[in-house]
Design a protein. Structure first.
Length: 403
């Protein structure tokens, strides 16, 4: 075979392999993954044992970041999700760790996108000193270039004759770019509801983190929590300024809640702080309350004929309801025909949640009166634990005609 032809074939093979390698790098590889960085604290920062340490991070992904995991010394400490199920292309997160165990600790974060792809971890190392110990702030590192060495510049020789000076350039200097002012960025994250699924009548504690991910102090700001059906009730509080990279925790409690409702927490609710990002100040969520106990009551006492005659039988009916979300067990119902006199009683085996039933009897008045006070009472023995124990009686005035 011709040696030159062999060299041409070998060269063509090398070019083909290089092109395949480039295409593999360009179009191959695994799925895109998110990125994440920790803005605060920085490595070598010291904290006192028991301090609330706020880890401020920023995650990015074109498909949307859905959650961020915080690890302490390699163990998962907490997971926080983005406000929307679809994720956010840029997610700022403030997560709190309670400093424990004096010594050196590693804090790392990992972000996940909607496809489940995880970022490379970003980690910092902090030191915890014993409670009451001296915390040394991190020493900023600066570098100053030495001044340039002085050089001797020879003077020009004296001019023998006067010369005309060069023309002076009077053109205006080019405009200079004015940098944008640095701003704060208040963010609300790390929402926690305790208990997560409260029972009817429970008290609920809501906790969330507030941080400043911007590059300037925030100034004082207002935090508001709106809850309950419209018009919503409000809990609010004014907080002092947050320096860049700092944060804190807010705790609020609702006592004895009896229904599910939508709620939203907002930092800088009055828009008093000019921020880098005004779209990460709120978080909306539901508080789902468990079913209510039974609630027995009588809606109507019906007598037919409506004005019965002395000595003639009449039909009496009591319309009983269970307005609670839970079935009622056995209970007793009575009807007092006049004052304290018991005209009839029923033993009811139970009543389903939201259901109603009629209890009826036949009754004959032996006397007559234009103003008989009749009373129906449901669960007269308090056998059923009810949501409302004060609505079990109903009174009806009755006109009984003489014979």
């Amino acid at each position: 075979m011709n040696i030159i032809r062999v060299r041409h074939v070998a060269l063509l093979l090398v070019v083909t392999l290089l092109l395949a390698s480039v295409l593999a790098c360009e179009f191959g590889g695994g799925p895109a993954k998110p990125t994440i960085t920790i803005a605060a604290p920085t490595s070598d920062t010291q904290f006192e044992e028991g301090d609330d340490v706020t880890i401020l991070s920023s995650a990015n992904d074109a498909k949307g970041v859905t959650r961020v995991e915080l690890y302490v010394d390699g163990d998962l400490y907490r997971t926080d999700s983005s406000p929307s199920a679809e994720g956010e292309t840029s997610l700022a997160m403030a997560q709190t760790w309670v400093a424990a165990d004096p010594g050196t600790h590693s804090l790392s974060v990992i972000a996940y996108n909607v496809d489940g792809a995880e970022s490379d971890p970003w980690a910092v190392t902090v030191e915890v000193v014993e409670a009451g110990g001296v915390v040394t702030p991190p020493t900023p590192t600066t570098s100053t270039a030495p001044p340039p060495a002085a050089t001797d510049t020879p003077l020009p020789p004296p001019e023998a004759t006067a010369t005309t000076p060069p023309p002076v350039d009077t053109a205006e200097p080019p405009p200079t770019d004015t940098p944008e002012p640095e701003l704060p960025d208040l963010v609300l994250s790390g929402l926690l509801v305790t208990p997560p699924n409260p029972a009817w009548g429970d008290s609920v504690q809501v906790r969330f983190d507030v941080g400043n991910l911007g590059h300037a102090p925030s100034g004082p700001h207002k935090i508001v929590w709106r809850y309950g059906p419209a018009p919503a009730d409000i809990i609010d509080d004014y907080k002092p300024a947050l320096s860049p990279g700092s944060g804190g925790t807010v705790n609020w409690t609702l006592d004895h809640i009896y229904e599910s409702f939508s709620t939203v927490a907002t930092v800088d609710a009055d828009g008093e702080v000019d921020e880098e990002n005004e779209d990460n100040n709120s978080e909306q969520f539901m508080i789902n309350v468990g079913p209510s106990p039974p609630d027995l009551y009588i809606s109507e006492i019906r007598v037919l004929p409506s004005s019965p005659q002395q000595g003639s039988p009449a039909m009496v009916g009591l319309h009983i309801h269970n307005g609670g979300d839970t079935d009622a067990g056995p209970f007793r119902v009575i009807w007092r025909s006049a004052g304290p006199t018991v005209g009839y009683e029923w033993n009811v085996s139970g009543l389903d949640a939201g259901a109603a039933s009629w209890q009826q009897c036949e009754y004959t008045y032996s006397g007559w009166n234009h103003n008989y006070t009749t009373t129906g009472i449901v669960d007269v023995d308090d056998d059923v634990d009810e949501a409302d124990e004060d609505n079990n009686e109903l009174v009806k005035m009755l006109d009984v005609r003489p014979d």
